[in-house]
Design a protein around this ligand. Structure first.
Ligand SMILES: Cc1ncc(COP(=O)(O)O)c(C=O)c1O
Length: 389
């Protein structure tokens, strides 16, 4: 990738505007019949990589879609990817397939926490972290992230302080949605050490790991950063964000500790369905044959983020947080002084996510995984709305 991205210099792979109308898209149908550009829920408006579509088409030639388990070739593809990208050698026995990462969060709470336990979460955070446990069984302890070195990160002293003798688990998100932070080795180690000292398990949601768009940052799986604590970690990953497969329902947990894995699988029994056969096919093609596509995607997203940085800098009352990973820009709208900025922009043709959902109501989240022309239009609408307000 070039050091300075020319926002005019686009990639035909991602420039094409594909209408998602009449596909029952959750993102687009929210504003059906209205002139509002949807930039909220985290899926991308890009076509999947050609090798994924081809693999799916080939599988569709076979007309039977019965219960299916993960092929060994998929286990290999994931193990190879983790080794190549993160220098993480896993035993394929550690893999537990799930139809979604959110399912993994809920199964971990159900299977590995006792009644009356406290679970730690760190706002702002992806909203399902707040509702994956059962209110009647467990209690959430919320310890906000804080700003250090200009970016959002874990406040480990405050976390240590907040731990109770019932705190048995932390749900951590790395890279982080919605702030876009990629955590350093030291940051991950500090959280892991705090958990180890307090005998806590960790669920490490790393769904955005393959979406690091800042070339100076590198994702480190928590289990790699802290090998001595790895047996207390349930890592959740998926190709769904990076390769735009969210509707195919596929993800996996990596659990090295056999007892933890057994309790996790027992909690999933009779509740969690098998992953659909097409999901396995798409995921395998993604890891094996769509890495070049991913690299182009990361460049394109970096260009989109640079465009947002320039445009938002010129918008009074808005301030953009730095972002190293994800395609979700986190924008501080405090200075606008409005009661409901999400509604304000929606009424002006841009459908953003409200920060309230993530626990920081004065913020907005903008999904920029769309063709650059659409992003330009969305940003122009935001600028126009502010100019006339
Ligand atoms: C941190 C995080 N975890 C989980 C999910 C959803 O995962 P899934 O669709 O596999 O349940 C998202 C979606 O945006 C996310 O950002």
């Amino acid at each position: 990738m070039k050091d300075t991205i020319d926002v005019q210099n686009t990639d035909p792979l991602f420039d094409t505007v594909i209408s998602r109308l009449n596909t029952s898209s959750m993102k687009w149908d929210k504003y059906q019949g209205q002139d509002v550009l949807p930039m909220w829920v985290a899926d991308m408006d890009f076509a999947v990589a050609a090798p994924i579509q081809q693999a799916l088409q080939e599988r569709l030639e076979h007309p039977v879609f019965g219960y299916t388990t993960a092929p060994e070739s998929l286990n290999d593809a994931i193990a190879d990817h983790l080794l190549a990208e993160y220098n993480w050698t896993i035993d394929k026995q550690w893999l537990v397939y799930l139809p979604g990462v959110v399912t993994g969060l809920a199964v971990a709470c159900k299977g590995l926490c006792e009644d009356g336990d406290d679970i730690m979460v760190n706002p702002p955070i992806y909203h399902h972290f707040y509702d994956s446990h059962e209110d009647k069984r467990q209690n959430l302890i919320k310890v906000p992230l804080h700003k250090a070195g200009g970016r959002w990160t874990y406040n480990v002293p405050a976390m240590s302080e907040a731990v109770t003798d019932k705190t048995s688990m932390i749900m951590m998100c790395s890279p982080h949605n919605p702030t876009g932070t990629v955590f350093s080795h030291d940051e991950l180690n500090a959280v892991a050490k705090m958990c180890k000292d307090n005998n806590m398990l960790m669920v490490s949601d790393e769904i955005h790991c393959d979406l690091v768009i800042d070339k100076k940052s590198r994702h480190i799986p928590t289990a790699v950063a802290c090998p001595e604590y790895a047996d207390h970690i349930i890592t959740l990953m998926s190709g769904s964000k990076t390769w735009n497969l969210a509707g195919l329902n596929t993800s996996f947990a990596i659990i090295s500790n056999p007892a933890v894995r057994e309790a996790f699988c027992a909690a999933a029994k009779s509740i969690v369905p098998l992953v659909p056969p097409l999901a396995y096919v798409a995921t395998e093609a993604a890891y094996k044959d769509a890495q070049e596509w991913r690299s182009k995607l990361l460049d394109y997203l970096a260009g989109n983020f640079e465009l947002i940085s320039r445009e938002v800098a010129a918008m009074p009352g808005l301030s953009l947080e730095p972002l190293s990973a994800t395609y979700l820009a986190w924008i501080d709208a405090t200075e606008l002084g409005m009661d409901n900025t999400q509604q304000f922009f929606e009424e002006n043709g841009v459908g953003l996510s409200s920060g309230e959902q993530f626990g920081q109501p004065q913020y907005l989240r903008l999904n920029f995984a769309c063709p650059r022309s659409v992003l330009k239009e969305g940003l122009a609408r935001m600028a126009k709305a502010l100019a006339k307000s």
